[in-house]
Every structure is written in structure tokens, then in C-alpha cells.
Design a protein around this ligand. Structure first.
Ligand SMILES: Nc1ncnc2c1ncn2[C@@H]1O[C@H](COP(=O)(O)OP(=O)(O)OP(=O)(O)O)[C@@H](O)[C@H]1O
Length: 382
């Protein structure tokens, strides 16, 4: 079975862990939750780095740990990326990357990933002969990721790989991580406590609290679940996905078919025919009884039904909306959208649960996803 099935339990000092989850062995699964909830502990257990905790772990049907068996870390086909890259200062970038290669495919077998392809994917081609001492924090972390990938892992384990980076370096590295996700077929477990990072990168989430798993499943479902704390975060957002039907070159806007209608999203011609995921912050969504009023600058209006309303603060409420059917069956199932509006507007609109509304979204609010152009590639996308 192509899944990662895990259950770890036991105590370390004051902390007690009892975390079980099963997620498909593909795409990016975020381990998310507040500081100290046990995310790193779970990741270390998956890597076989914590023998004090008991448990069971199987990856794609292979047992790595159970009551009888414990595959040691060096025999687990994993790539581990830590918060801070530990590169060998006396070796060049190329030699650091090749260091990981030694653990790759047995002699005679071709490793799945090609050195040049990995260097190119992570934008390292021009840095290969440089000493890691002369790299920026973001570049060092890209080398660490490349080194982990070149071990040909069955699973990539990333423990807040951007935690030590400032906001600018984070924005620089995110597009590379997005590109890895799009290009490579290696499942990743990604520890983070930054929800915006998770919203950009992850497909699924394992949400943790006090050493337990509070919920696990598709990210878009968890983000819009009123029973979970995610919608109550200041940066709350939901995700919509659908095929790009057309591109308006004059205005640089891609037309994405999503449940409830069409979104115009800043993009490029190369997106046509591909699926695009759009992150929509709750605070960028307004609701109206009628479609976008004439004389308004709003480009995007999706048909929606109010499912639930929840106070967010004294001044604001969160509306949980379900989006009406779309032709795109895959994206249609249970698509939800979160809108954050003032309590004053909610009262003035006099809306009820079950009523139809139009969710209005400014197209410029949707730029963040496509801001991530990899440096030097602007011209190709132009
Ligand atoms: N070696 C250890 N011995 C005893 N307790 C530990 C040890 N390592 C971690 N802990 C405790 O286990 C708990 C979970 O730690 P963990 O690092 O897994 O949390 P986390 O969710 O990754 O947090 P953060 O986001 O802050 O990194 C914490 O209460 C921590 O203090």
C-alpha cells in the first residue's frame, strides 16, 4: 500500500506523545501545530532517531519499526533536512552535494535523480564550485536539500527548513520548494509552525496538539473546518484548485475554473491546460447578495452558500462558505471558502445559514502564489 502509517507513543521527560496518522506516500504532508506539540519528535521517530519512544511505522508497505523490528536510521531510505544546513566548509557545493550521493542507489543501479537535474531544480548550477562559507542562508539550505535529494530517498523529511531564514530569504527559497513539489515524485513530511508556508507548499496536514494528532487530511478540508483552530488564525486562508482554461495576455491574467465559477489570477501563458492552486486569504473575501455590483473593480465573484458563521473577534466574523458545483469534477468535491467580514456588515446584510451569496475576491489579492518566480526566470515567463 502506498501510504505512510505511523503510531508513536511514550514519554520523554514531562512530555507524553501518542500520535497516530496514515497519509498517502505522495506530495507534501505538513506536520503542523503550536510550539512544543511534538512535531519534531514525530519527524525524528520517522527517521529512527528516537529509540526511547515506542511505535509502529511502515512506509509503502515496508515495516521500518514495530514491536519486533527497528530499522536503524542509516538503513532507512530518507533524506533529512534540518533547520540549519550543516555543510562541510572545506568541501565545495558540488562535493557537499556528492557526499549525499554515496548513500544513493547500490552499485550498478542508476539513481532516480540526476545530479545536474537536482542542481538545476534548486538553482545551484552556477554555485557548484563555490565554498559553502560564501553562500547566503537560503543558498546553503538549497544545497542541504539537494544533498538530501541526491541520496535518492523514498521520503524527504524536512524540519522547518526555513526557520533560520529571514523573510526575504524565505520568499527566495519558497519557489524552489514549490518547484520540487511540482517536479519530483518524492513524498515529503514537512514540519512547520508557519501556516502561510504550509498553505503554499502542503497537500495534506497532520495537525498536532499536546503530543496528539488533532486531525489529519487534505489541507483544503482542514483549513475550512470550523471545529479546528485553523480558521481562527489571523492568516486563515482556503485553497481552491482547478484547470487554467485561458490566459489573457493583454492583462496577464489566467482564467482558473474552480467550483462556483471562474477566477482571474495573475499568471502566465504557460499555465494554460495545467491545474493551478490558488490560496485565498479569508480577509480578502467579501460577500454580496448580488453579483459584483456594476462600477466595482472586483473581478472575481463565486457562487456560494453560507454553511456556518463563527465570531472571530469583537469586530469580525468568519463565514464558512460552500461553493456551488463546477464542471471540473475533481476540484468540485466539497470545495469550501472562508470569508472574514466585519460583524457590522454581517448584521447589515441580514444573511442566514443556507442562503446563497456571491463571494467577491480581488484579483490582486491572489498574486502571492505567482509572486514566486524563480530569480532569472522572469524573462521566460514574460
Ligand atoms: N530530549 C528531550 N528530552 C526531554 N524532553 C524533550 C526532549 N526533546 C523534546 N522534548 C520535549 O518534547 C516536547 C515536544 O518537542 P518537539 O521539539 O517535538 O516540539 P515541536 O512541536 O517540534 O516544537 P517547535 O515548533 O517549538 O520546534 C516539548 O515539550 C519538548 O520540551
Amino acid at each position: 500500500m502506498s501510504a505512510i502509517e505511523a503510531h508513536f507513543y511514550g514519554s520523554q521527560g514531562e512530555f507524553s506523545l501518542d500520535a497516530a496518522f496514515s497519509v498517502p506516500a505522495r506530495g507534501v504532508t505538513a506536520l503542523f501545530g503550536p510550539s512544543g506539540c511534538g512535531k519534531t519528535t514525530v519527524l525524528r521517530c520517522v527517521a529512527g532517531l528516537n529509540r526511547r519512544l515506542e511505535g509502529k511505522l511502515s512506509v509503502r508497505g515496508q515495516v521500518w519499526q514495530d514491536g519486533k523490528r527497528f530499522v536503524p536510521t542509516h538503513k532507512r531510505p530518507i533524506g533529512y533536512v534540518f533547520q540549519e544546513a550543516s555543510l562541510f566548509p572545506h568541501l565545495s557545493v558540488r562535493e557537499n552535494m556528492l557526499f549525499g550521493r554515496k548513500r544513493a542507489a547500490p552499485k550498478g543501479q542508476t539513481p532516480r535523480l540526476d545530479f545536474d537535474e537536482v542542481a538545476n531544480l534548486l538553482g545551484l548550477t552556477h554555485l557548484l564550485e563555490r565554498s559553502p562559507v560564501r553562500l547566503s542562508g537560503g543558498e546553503r539550505q538549497r544545497v542541504a536539500i539537494a544533498r538530501a535529494l541526491l541520496t535518492d530517498p523514498q521520503i524527504l523529511l524536512m524540519d522547518e527548513p526555513m526557520a533560520a531564514l529571514d523573510r526575504i530569504s524565505k520568499n527566495e527559497i519558497l519557489p524552489y520548494l514549490e518547484r520540487l513539489h511540482e517536479t519530483l515524485d518524492i513524498p515529503a513530511l514537512y514540519v512547520s509552525h508557519d501556516i502561510t508556508e504550509v498553505e503554499r507548499l502542503a497537500d495534506r496536514m497532520v495537525l498536532m496538539k499536546n503530543g496528539r494528532v488533532q486531525a489529519a487530511g487534505p489541507l483544503s478540508t482542514l483549513l475550512a473546518d470550523p471545529a479546528l483552530p485553523l480558521a481562527a488564525m489571523p492568516e486563515a486562508a482556503t485553497l481552491l484548485e482547478g484547470p487554467v482554461a485561458a490566459f489573457d495576455a493583454h492583462y496577464g491574467l489566467a482564467q482558473v475554473s474552480v467550483p462556483g465559477g471562474t477566477l482571474l489570477v495573475p499568471g502566465d501563458a504557460a499555465l494554460v491546460g495545467q491545474r493551478k492552486r490558488v490560496r485565498i486569504a479569508a480577509s480578502d473575501v467579501a460577500v454580496a447578495r448580488e453579483r459584483a455590483p456594476t462600477g466595482s473593480s472586483i473581478l472575481n465573484a463565486l457562487r456560494a452558500v453560507i454553511q456556518h458563521v463563527e465570531p472571530y473577534s469583537f469586530h469580525q466574523v468568519n463565514l464558512f462558505l460552500s461553493l456551488e458545483g463546477s464542471d471540473d469534477a475533481e476540484g468540485a468535491a466539497g470545495a469550501s471558502l472562508l470569508a472574514r467580514i466585519t460583524r457590522k456588515s454581517w448584521d447589515a446584510l441580514d444573511l442566514n445559514i443556507g442562503e446563497e451569496v456571491h463571494a467577491l475576491i480581488k484579483a490582486v489579492a491572489l498574486t502571492r502564489q505567482s509572486e514566486g518566480l524563480i530569480p532569472g526566470e522572469e524573462a521566460e515567463h514574460g
